[in-house]
Write a protein that binds this ligand. Sequence first.
Ligand code: HEM
Length: 363
Amino acid sequence: MDLTNVLRDCNLLSSLFVLSTIFFILVTKLFFNKRTKNLPPGPPQLPIIGNLHQVGDKPHVSLTNFAKKYGPLMSLRLGKQLLVVASSPETAREILKTHDKLLSARPVPTSFKLEDVLPNTLVWSDCNQTWKTLRALCRTELFSPKALEAQYKLRMEKICQLSDFLRKKQGEVIDVQNVVFTTLFNTLSSIILGKDLLDLNDEDKASKGFKESLLKVIEFAGRPKDLGSFFPFLERFDVEGIRRENNKHVHKTFSYWEGIIEERRVQVNSSTWSSEQAQSFIDILLEKKFSNDQINEFILELFAAGTNTTTCTVIWAMRNFVAKGFDRIFNGQTLSQGIFVSAGLGGMGENLVGKSPTCAEEV
Ligand code: HEM
């Protein structure tokens, strides 16, 4: 091959390259323009990845900054996934209340696409029959005024356990977050399983392992980085290993209460059983003939949704007490008065003072 031929081939190749690049950009632009029609404003997007490169490790911070520029309703694209962000009370109301039917249900992350979990999930369900049944059970058996009143004594017991523990530890450094988590977790596990699963005084290896797994499951549920969701063709390969890892932790948490389920199942199935003997939420689920898979997933979701949220809220409130000064927040009231009044629990405060004076002083 002589030099002129080589040069002609090179020219041909580079023209082909330029043409195919222009074609690719046009196609991607067309694809993105078609999909961004009628969407709220948002930062400019790159082909294929959209805004993935701009979200970073702290999505709440980058999204706050974008909202300052693009307003309280904005749209971004994370790979193939469209993200519409509402960041004012008005836009949140539009999404969560006015258009709730249209916009309810969450996209299931790669980590929770687990065969034995999805059929029984409340958190990742569409508005289907499973979701309706589980929500109805939560409403009547856990959160109704009657249920909350019935759990009152138990909550007070947990507060007393906490104050006893704190009294014993006076003068020592303690991990407040851990102590609050354990107390709130035990409150929930007593309501659900009829037992404490953790011990404030004795953090053995098993309970440490359990906590670790539960926190991992919570982390996977809210993990912003999920290649399988951004690029669905990657999902089944689980390139980041998050489905495998989450599956391990999900089943590890199940193993901590499976013995209790079996123990209660024997009681509930016995010939002498009557509904008045039900001691906890799990007895009600067993009476309704829930399978182990159904119970495991439901309980895990309640623990995951109900422990870190409440712990963070308490820690946030305590930080505010410390930072702003208790007196400034509660205007000179005692701590117990202040907490009960601010939480709208005046009645509960009176009950507490009447029923358990030693505890009330320490709350
Ligand atoms: C300060 C405490 C809490 C906060 C801030 C909080 C916040 C939230 C939020 C923002 C949602 C999503 C709502 C939505 O997508 O429409 C949610 C859902 C949920 N929460 Fe809570 N929560 C708290 C306590 C609890 C507790 C104590 C439990 C259970 C014992 C619980 C169980 C659930 C469940 C099961 C869902 C999913 C409901 C569904 O998808 O239908 N949460 N929570």
